[in-house]
Design a protein around this ligand. Sequence first.
Ligand code: ZN
Ligand code: ZN
Length: 109
Amino acid sequence: MSETEQDTPAELLPYEELTRPEFAETAAATFTAEQLSSAILLQGPCPRCRTPIEVHLLEQVVGRGEPAQPAAEPKTIFCTCTDPHPNRPESRRSGCGAYWTLVLNRARG
Ligand SMILES: [Zn+2]
Ligand SMILES: [Zn+2]
């Protein structure tokens, strides 16, 4: 029948809130993290719909004079693409519904 679906964006993924272990693995391998002044900018393709997305993680300032917060802190990342995904609820303006946990790796230094 049909060959493997490469380069077939015509087929729209329905919105679905789900996570899979490989989402986290894929995102960890493909996302880049850039340290901004008060946030971390994550960029990479959504592991589900493969649309390049950007996610700003605001750094939580825990307190004045506190030492740096723990280096590895798991964060839940939601896909924020603006592609049309059928069945997306009104309350959500973006994303395909995929989410995953990202552990920021900045233990260095
Ligand atoms: Zn997505
Ligand atoms: Zn998408």
